[in-house]
Design a protein around this ligand. Structure first.
Ligand SMILES: NC(=O)c1ccc[n+]([C@@H]2O[C@H](COP(=O)([O-])OP(=O)(O)OC[C@H]3O[C@@H](n4cnc5c(N)ncnc54)[C@H](O)[C@@H]3O)[C@@H](O)[C@H]2O)c1
Length: 260
């Protein structure tokens, strides 16, 4: 039996932690070869070795480094079939618009939004030459909903990722290239754990809005990414692909007493 990604080469940014790491493992389990681009020089080589893949230390805000990452995938494994443009940050100094300074605003835009522009721009020429490819850009459910517990630049960056993805999906649909935005709800990763360790009240307030009453595990999101990356998703492009446990369509969430 072959995996659903057999023979494909996937580039994953932010692949050393959380959703990216779970996805790298899932891709390999499904038969793909992976190239990880991440800042994390400490864990990157070890993860690449574990997965029989390759790691290139990459800052996704740097155009030359991003171009080198995709060129490295092509040179090492022969193609660029999947681009999972996933690296992102959610720093504590990105908060309410009343508190967030221009430096924090710009940093988050660079890492979360400009990086996706750079990665798509670098991946597309390989995919156009092949006449095939799947790009998955990590947005978030906050691209679709307003949160009073604001992270203003993060939310705006994810809205940008979603709009850019939609446009690319439509533009390149006739060229065999699919481009989808992954919109996870809250996921149990270091990004979220760090945020909530410093603010348990905010964590609790967010949990009550999720109908399933829990955060996603990274592996549950990785399963969706592998599906979007695979030929099983051959008629799916330009979507806002929600993996949110029902969060963004919930008005009232259930109480235990509703089931008694
Ligand atoms: N965790 C959640 O609840 C959640 C929800 C929705 C969307 N997301 C999005 O999912 C993506 C992954 O988040 P996660 O929770 O797995 O985060 P994480 O913090 O666990 O992992 C992020 C990875 O990105 C890398 N990274 C950060 N800046 C980088 C840069 N400039 N260049 C290269 N690599 C860089 C980090 O080293 C790390 O390995 C992000 O885009 C995030 O916004 C997360």
């Amino acid at each position: 039996m072959t995996g659903k990604l057999e023979g494909k080469v996937g580039v994953i940014t932010g692949g050393c932690s959380g959703i990216g790491l779970a996805t790298a493992r899932k891709f390999v389990a499904e038969g793909a070869r992976v190239v990880i681009g991440d800042l994390d020089n400490v864990n990157g080589p070890r993860i690449a070795e574990e997965l029989g893949g390759s790691f290139l230390r990459t800052d996704v805000t740097d155009q030359a480094e991003v171009e080198a990452l995709f060129a490295h995938a092509k040179a090492t494994f022969g193609s660029v079939d999947i681009a999972f443009n996933n690296a992102g940050i959610s720093p504590p100094d990105d908060d309410s618009i009343l508190k967030t300074g221009i430096e924090a605003w710009n940093r988050v835009q660079q890492v979360n939004l400009t990086s996706v522009y750079l990665c798509c721009k670098a991946a597309l020429p390989y995919m156009l030459e092949q006449g095939a490819g799947s790009i998955i850009n990590t947005a978030s459910f906050v691209a679709l909903m307003g949160a009073a517990t604001s992270q203003i630049s993060y939310t705006a960056s994810k809205g940008g990722v979603l709009a850019m993805t939609r446009e690319l999906g439509v533009q390149f649909a006739g060229k065999g290239i699919r481009v989808n935005a992954l919109c996870p709800g809250p996921v149990n990763t270091p990004l979220l754990q760090e945020l909530f360790a410093t603010d348990p009240e905010r964590a609790a307030r967010r949990l009550i809005h999720i109908p399933m009453g829990r955060f996603a595990e990274p592996e549950e999101v990785a399963n969706a990414v592998a599906f979007l990356a695979s030929d099983e998703a051959s008629f799916i492009t330009a979507t806002e692909f929600l993996v949110d446990g029902g969060l963004s369509h919930a008005y009232v969430t259930p109480l235990e007493s509703d089931f008694e």
